[in-house]
Structures are given as structure tokens and as C-alpha cells.
Design a binder for this molecule. Sequence first.
Ligand SMILES: C[S@@+](CC[C@H](N)C(=O)[O-])C[C@H]1O[C@@H](n2cnc3c(N)ncnc32)[C@H](O)[C@@H]1O
Length: 430
Amino acid sequence: MSKQYVYIVQSSKEITKCKIGVTDDLERRLKDYNNMTGKSKETVYQYLFTCEVRDMKQVENDVKDEFRRLREEKNREIYFYNKDLFEDYVKYIKSHKTFVKEIFIKTDVQKEEVKKVKKTTPSLEERGVTRKDLLQKAQKVNNDEFYTRYEDVEKEIEMYDAEIWKEKTVFCNCDDAVDTEDDRKTSAFALYFIRNFKKLSLKKLICTHFSGGIDLFNQGAKGYIFTYIFTKNGFKGLKDYPKGYTGSFDDPFSLKILDEEADIVCTNPPFSRAIDYWNIIIESGKKFLIISNFTNVITHAFIPYFRDNKVWAGYNRVDYFFTPKKQITQASGHWYTNFPIKNRPKYENMKFIPLKKIPAKYKKYDDNKILLVDNNYIPNDYKEPFAVSAYPILSGLLEKGYKIIQGEEYSYVPSVNSKQCFRRTLVQKI
Ligand SMILES: C[S@@+](CC[C@H](N)C(=O)[O-])C[C@H]1O[C@@H](n2cnc3c(N)ncnc32)[C@H](O)[C@@H]1O
């Protein structure tokens, strides 16, 4: 009878995930992975862990069950990966009743772990953390740990009149860490404003570092406030670690800065706290330029802000971010602001034509007899409410004589022939 193996494999391109699989031939399986994607310098699959077991199907099912909340894709055995989770997967597999022997474990993962355990991170038991806590944290972190690329900050900010920054204090309040010695440990927002401080004639830059989550910028576990000014002796940057300061945007120290010092808030807040963040920033009455989810304009918690003209889309969408490992990843973001937008280039995306000229495949009525239009078509002779996707709103529909007629109670999820469609927002010609 052939031997049975369990393995953890990872693609060099996707180091926040791994696959936990089973096979009766480790060598052939690895070859299959590498042939599947076409082995290249950028994408190489390698084993992180392999072992022999007596009943691979049983292990596979038990792993699925044990780590079901860590499965990145429900129908495949792809699991979230970080060092702690890896340690957990290996520990679980090795303690399985059908485990026979370890064959391979990637040594640098092990070494790094040993180093980490000794230096900074006690074991789960020592930390008093259960696996469940870790899973919850991993899932949350996964949503929040999208880091902005410098070019995206530059591209958006350069669309605005430079006058808006003159003599202003900019506040970057969502983990916009700064390391004056090392750009790689500095957030793109902080870096942009430091580099362009004089060009923009800024008065002050204040950035905060968040003490929770993954420490992407290697700035330690303590929240801090970094203040940057220009004096007659040159630039001066100072870090302050107020006692008990968490670095959270809703920490009392952060709220005080927002209230008393900030003129313009500029950052990419954590997606998981976007509702609270928008609430605080919009209520503060300050100017802002922030990145958030592309779909906010069709999500009920945010719709009233667009409806009441407290926020609108900035110029650009943001499709690429960095992972904590500084690898590029895709997510749908967009800039949002309350600064005026001049001659919005995206107006051109919209096609204002009479309803009957809209091609049939881009218009239909839902089960409530509400018209749904797609592909940026806008029926310019239609007086009743109709439902649109995020695109036209982000292209400036509300600046072209249309208003949102929907409250915060619900998102509009139309059904056509009892089949649910994508979420939309109800608008109407003014
Ligand atoms: C989407 S990332 C953006 C990081 C950085 N602003 C950038 O643009 O690259 C959101 C960051 O906010 C941090 N974060 C999470 N909760 C936070 C909070 N309550 N206050 C401030 N930052 C928080 C996350 O750890 C993460 O580093």
C-alpha cells in the first residue's frame, strides 16, 4: 500500500495564504503545482511542511473542521497564513492520531519562529490566547492590512489645487508610522507629506502609529504621535509617546489633535472600522481626503453622507495595495473627500440618454418595478427613482442634477424574478 502524506505548500506570490493538502507522492504533487502555474522566478511553490500519516483523508477532514474559519476559499483547502497560524497548523497535524512522522519543515520559518518566540512573542499558552482569538484577529487583520502605495497618494493629491495645503496642518491618523531613517518603515502618506512639505507650504504634519494589529512598519507596540515642522534651523520631526496612548484614531489624544490642530485629515483607515472612522471625521467638520471601500456609495451606513453632500468621490480609484509583507495585492478602494473636485474627468464615463435609447441589456425593472440601469447609462428623461451601481455615483452623477433618495436603514438589493442582484443605490432626477 502506498504511503500517505499531508503537506503545507505555499506560492511565493501569495505568502499570506497556504494550502494544506494530501497526496501519496510529495515530489509529483510539488511538480504539479509548479507546472500548473508555469514555474517562473516570481511564482514558485514550495513545501513549508510535509509529514507522513496513516489516514490522510481523515487528517484532511479534521484540519478542515478545526480550521474552517481560517479557510480563505470555502471550496478549496486554502488557509490564511502567518507564522503563528503556521505553528498552529503544524502542531495540530503533528498531534493527530494518525500522524506517523515529520518529513520536512522549512527551516527559516522555524528559525524565525524560534527567534520571534525568544525575543518578542511568547507561545499561545504563555500569551493566554486561544486559537479562536487568533483566528478572529487574523481575519480582522486580513481585511485591514492593506497598505497604500506611494504612487497612489501622489496621483490623487496632485489632482488638487496646491493652495488647499498652504499653511495647513495635515493629520494622518491611521497607522501612518514614520521612520526618519528608513522610508520602508514609513507610511506612504507620511512619506508624501514629508517629501513635499515645502512644495505644499504645509504648516505641520502630524502622524500617528497604531499600537494594535500587525506592525507593518516595524515601529513597535507603542502608539506614538509624530510631529513634523519646518523651523529656521531646518526640518524637525519629533515622536511623542503619551502614557496610555494607543494610536487609535478614536483615542482621546487623537481626538484632541483632530479637534484642536488638524485642518486636513488624510489617510487610509482600517476597512473594519470605516463606519466609526467616517462618522468621527465627518462630524469633526474638518477637510479630508481618504481612501475607503469602492462600494461605500451603495452601502447604507455611508449613503446618507453622499446624499447630504458631506462627502463625494475623489478623482481616482485605488486597486492595488501592499500586504504586510510588502507584496502587491488587489482590493477595490476609492478616494473620498470634501474638497471641491474640478472638471471631474469621470463625468465622461456617464452616458446621459433617453430611456428608450438605452440598450435593452443595460436596463431592466426589478420585482418592485424599479428601473435598474447599468454600464453607466443614465436615462435623462426619466423622472421616477431608479437604481444604479457604485460606478455612476463615483463618476459624479450627484453633481449632474441627480440626488440619492435612500436612507441609512437599508442597502437597496433588488430582485429580478425573485433572484437577488447586486446592491445599488436609488437615485432620482432633481
Ligand atoms: C488600511 S491600513 C492603512 C495603513 C496606512 N494608513 C497606509 O495607508 O498605508 C489601516 C491601518 O490602520 C490600522 N488600524 C486598525 N485599527 C485602528 C485604529 N483603531 N486606529 C488607527 N489605526 C488603526 C491597521 O493596523 C492598519 O495598519
